[in-house]
Design a protein. Structure first.
Length: 188
């Protein structure tokens, strides 16, 4: 039993092919284990190909496409990493708008590893405290973020971590922020 009860809270997981599998499955299971209702949102119908590093992993069925998904229908957003996943999502206008909507509605958002790339394009990182995979440091600083090399950073409902090794701390803070609900300081 988790210390954070998020029973009935709807959590969107936005990802596409090339997602780092464990950065998707670990938070997904944490959300389910705490009573939340996870939904896989992707740019296209069908399934999403996971990766375990550079090796193909499992495929996961898409629940909603970005065209069908509306941030109003969810309590929080989780953005798993993976270089290919993050690189494709960051140029997807619908993904940028979807992510930005959560910030505009003050809802919790969690991003791990390369996922903050999308948030740069969504225009929501300026002045925010966060972390990421180390290769994004310059990109995030150039976008106005306050980047640090920490296991997990929480800034007004915005949770970030660096890599799969950080997942236990990341998952705990994701659940905590979802349980707390909207944060007025969580804004675009």
């Amino acid at each position: 039993m988790t210390a954070h009860d998020i029973s009935g809270k709807k959590v969107a997981f936005l990802l596409t092919d090339g997602v780092e599998q464990v950065e998707f499955t670990s938070p997904w299971e944490a959300v389910k284990g705490a009573g939340g209702v996870p939904t896989l949102v992707a740019p296209s119908e069908g399934s999403v190909q996971g990766f375990k590093g550079t090796e193909k992993g499992d495929s996961f069925p898409v629940d909603l496409t970005l065209d069908q998904a509306n941030a109003d229908d969810f309590d929080a957003l989780v953005l798993p990493g993976g270089v290919v996943n993050a690189d494709h999502l960051r140029v997807e206008k619908n993904a940028q708008a979807f992510a930005r909507s959560f910030f505009e509605q003050h809802k919790p958002v969690a991003a791990i590893c390369h996922a903050p790339w999308l948030l740069i394009e969504a225009g929501v990182v300026k002045g925010r405290d966060l972390t990421s995979y180390h290769t994004l440091e310059t990109d995030l600083r150039n976008a106005g973020a306050n980047w640090t090399d920490d296991e997990v950073v929480v800034d007004q409902g915005f949770v970030t971590s660096r890599n799969p090794d950080d997942l236990p701390a990341f998952n705990d803070k994701v659940l905590e922020e979802i349980a707390e609900g909207p944060h007025e300081g969580q804004t675009a």
